[in-house]
Design a binder for this molecule. Structure first.
Ligand code: FMN
Length: 176
């Protein structure tokens, strides 16, 4: 799929079929993430690839908005030491999006499980504790997002996007 088509067709999956995702494919997706830009070229992220049903089912219990892990065939946790770079959150988001686009390009379905909430430190900590414990991740590392990966159960329709003219100003900001 060409890049523009991939960007336009990417969707957040909410359920997955039972088709397996092969380890080689998952490794290829992580390989793509290495090409993500990072602040100061720190490349501080690491990735935990999850394929066991036990861990995927456990992750589905992290919070109500990631129950879809129970049908996902794989997951990729984006992991970082927040002390390694001041851009840890942005770097992880960019790497996750790289994987998401790569998976879309391969015809795979992807979902994003937020493990960090800027406005709710207690809930972030609860999610971090749960994910760290599930994946044996050391306490000093942070996991802003875990992606669920699989095949689409049914094709997802295009989604309506905000009209361009409501988003764009030229030269000076002209929105209310
Ligand atoms: C920072 C961020 C957090 C998200 N958190 C979740 C989540 O916890 N659970 C979920 O099912 N989707 C989550 N999503 C997916 C969004 O709900 C989804 O991208 C959005 O509704 C737009 O739909 P689309 O991705 O199909 O264009 C998240 C996406 C982003 C970028």
């Amino acid at each position: 799929m060409d890049t523009i088509k991939t960007i336009r067709s990417r969707r957040a999956a909410k359920e997955f079929s039972s088709s397996p995702v092969y380890e080689e494919t998952l490794l290829n997706l992580v390989d793509l993430a290495r090409y993500s830009p990072s602040g100061g070229n720190k490349n501080s992220w690491q990735f935990v690839v999850i394929t066991s049903r036990k861990n995927l089912d456990r992750l589905s219990e992290t919070h109500p908005h990631c129950r879809w892990f129970s049908s996902a065939q794989a997951g990729i946790a984006i992991v970082i030491d927040p002390e390694s770079t001041r851009y840890w959150l942005e770097d992880c988001a960019v790497a996750a999006y790289t994987i998401w686009l790569g998976a879309t390009s391969l015809g795979l379905a992807t979902a994003w499980a937020a493990m960090h909430q800027a406005d709710n430190e207690a809930e972030s900590e609860r999610r971090q504790h749960f994910v760290r414990e599930t994946l044996s991740i050391p306490e000093k590392l942070y996991v802003p997002v875990v992606l669920g990966i699989g095949s689409h159960k049914a094709p997802l329709p295009d989604k309506e996007r905000p009209p361009l003219d409501t988003l764009v100003s030229w030269e000076t900001y002209d929105k209310k």
